[in-house]
Design a protein around this ligand. Structure first.
Ligand SMILES: [Zn+2]
Length: 279
């Protein structure tokens, strides 16, 4: 009998080969795919990414198995979606394998998969104006690929999938005022809390090197981070992801339907000099 992972993987491969707009990038962490869905001439371009942290494979699985098929079928096709389903493929896939085989008793055991093979934290690798001393940026090819895609396609909205490390609860994060209204409205629809990155557990500290600080705070591009709720180790990973998708889909419907207006005051006035808040 064919196992579920085999069927899903083949379904995904079949789907992907039907999409012409796809590009592969070789990195030291495996092949990173980029897909373009929708109308490439649309003014409204959304960048979607997942898998920066290898110990957070839920977003990768959801994008490949639910979000891409959904976007292919629905009416959002007056928009264009630039999608990186898996930015840290070797580590995400190794982590997913452990989860599916239920070899994980505690989530701390997944930490070894978090960074790239060369030890880069892909969410601390963006060349932010705001930086701590000794910060090294752009160590990974993946970071340049994402920045080039946002600039090259002119993406006006970014969605970044993560998994909530310390909690089983999902959470929407935004950076400063950028994306706040969108995250709050999504949160009302899906009954999910939303928070400013800076004020969440960071005691008002701006985060150096994150894509939130880089795109949101400094470049004023609304970026929403979806922190998906963790599954307890004894849960079935696939069923957990299916539940997460059902829960967050109405929020994503709202987000895609209400693409942010670039003339919005929150987007224009969110930041101080050089785009960096003085707070
Ligand atoms: Zn993460």
């Amino acid at each position: 009998m064919l196992d579920r992972g085999f069927i899903i993987n083949n379904l995904y491969n079949f789907l992907i080969t039907t999409i012409m707009n796809r590009k592969n990038f070789s990195t030291s962490d495996g092949v990173v795919e980029m897909l373009i869905l929708g109308d490439p001439n649309s003014e409204e371009k959304v960048l979607i990414m997942a898998g920066k942290h290898g110990d957070e494979p839920e977003g990768v699985y959801i994008i490949k198995n639910f979000l891409i098929p959904y976007l292919e079928e629905n009416e959002f096709f007056n928009k264009c979606f630039v999608i990186f389903p898996n930015l840290n493929p070797n580590k995400v896939n190794a982590c997913l394998d452990k989860l599916v085989k239920k070899e994980i008793k505690k989530y701390e055991m997944l930490r070894e998969f978090r960074f790239t093979e060369s030890g880069v934290n892909l969410n601390a690798d963006y060349p932010t104006v705001y930086r701590e001393e000794d910060d090294a940026f752009l160590q990974a090819t993946q970071t340049s690929i994402v920045i080039d895609a946002v600039n090259g396609y002119g993406c006006g909205l970014i969605l970044d999938f993560h998994t909530n490390g310390p909690s089983y609860m999902s959470l929407y994060k935004y950076d400063e005022k950028i994306g706040k209204a969108l995250a709050e409205e999504m949160g009302k629809i899906t009954k999910t809390a939303s928070r400013d990155y800076v004020h969440h557990k960071n005691k008002g500290k701006i985060l150096s090197g994150t894509s939130g600080t880089y795109f949101g705070r400094e470049r004023k591009i609304p970026i929403i981070t979806i922190e998906l709720g963790r599954a307890k180790p004894q849960y079935d990973f696939f069923r957990h992801c299916e539940r997460l998708w059902k829960r967050h889909k109405p929020g994503l419907d709202y987000l895609f339907a209400s693409f942010p207006d670039p003339d919005d005051d929150d987007i224009q006035d969110g930041c101080g000099e050089n785009g960096v808040s003085a707070s």
